[in-house]
Design a protein. Structure first.
Length: 80
């Protein structure tokens, strides 16, 4: 009986220690990847600017500009 209780108690204590170590390692990994570094911010800004330039070129092109003007003109001429 004594050996069974001791074995279960040892397993419980060893298991708790393992779980605590895993939790600590997991927290350290999360802490290391908490945010972006300067180079990632720079790449994000470059991508946003490139997307804005492409969008500006599309919106100011002749066909899209004519369609947008037609939509606005139709909205302003609508009867209430």
């Amino acid at each position: 009986m004594y050996q069974v209780v001791r074995a279960r108690l040892c397993a419980l204590v060893c298991g708790a220690g393992t779980a605590l170590r895993r939790r600590t390692v997991r927290q350290q990994a999360l802490r290391q990847d908490a945010g972006m570094v300067t180079s990632e911010y720079a790449m994000g800004i470059v991508a946003a600017v490139a997307f804005a330039v492409v969008l500006y070129k599309v919106v100011t092109s002749g066909t899209v500009s004519a369609e947008l003007q037609g939509i606005v003109k139709g909205a302003l001429d609508a009867r209430m």
